[in-house]
Ligand binder design. Structure first.
Ligand code: CTP
Ligand code: MG
Length: 171
């Protein structure tokens, strides 16, 4: 078991390609109300968690709710791939605006394993190149998280490390 220290008042960005286990991890370690997922917000604004054309509106709404939570001093977890620079830039800015610590938890599962899982999911229909692009973006992401302003960066490499991790909230 590996305990990951996380400040109790923080904005936690889960980072990982589709199928890496972000939602599973969030469900295991955080209360449902603490987790804001891009899928959930796409469904909220467009009735379809896979409707990529709803992403802008979905993230707008997600950031709005995250801001309200952080203003109330509530730990907030963002369950989205967060492999694109602008996604993380927005989260760091949001954390700073509310004077809380931006935390990155990276789920770095090999692309082949994520793809195998994705193919078993009826709720995911994208093609492999989409996942390959996310993997490339993730590799770049890993090199620059600290520089981007994430004060705590936890990188879990592979299924075993992801499974063994627990969260320890720090006052
Ligand atoms: N899964 C698994 N074993 C785990 C974790 C997840 O078999 N230890 C399965 C889940 O049941 C799910 C798939 O792998 O069918 C993807 O997991 P999920 O947590 O949904 O991954 P996400 O990173 O949230 O994927 P997405 O970005 O597409 O939402
Ligand atoms: Mg998910």
């Amino acid at each position: 078991m590996t305990e990951l220290p996380v400040p109790a008042l923080s904005l936690v960005a889960l980072i990982g390609i589709s199928g890496s286990g972000k939602s599973t991890f969030a469900g295991r370690h955080f209360a449902p109300s603490q987790v804001l997922s891009s899928d959930g917000f796409r469904a909220m604004v467009a009735d379809d968690e896979n409707d990529q054309s709803a992403s802008a509106a979905a993230f707008d709404a997600l950031h709005y709710v995250a801001g309200k939570r952080l203003a109330g001093g509530r730990l907030t977890v963002v369950d989205a791939t967060n492999v694109q620079d602008h996604a993380r830039t927005n989260l760091v800015a949001l954390a700073r605006a509310h004077d809380v610590l931006p935390v990155a938890i990276v789920l770095d599962l090999p692309e082949d394993e994520a793809w195998a899982r994705t193919q078993r999911r009826p709720d995911r229909t994208f093609d492999r190149p989409v996942l390959a692009r996310q993997s490339r973006d993730l590799r770049r992401t890993l090199k620059k998280l600290s520089r981007e302003g994430f004060r705590t960066v936890h990188v879990l490499r592979g299924h075993e490390e992801i499974e063994a991790a627990t969260i320890r909230l720090q006052p």
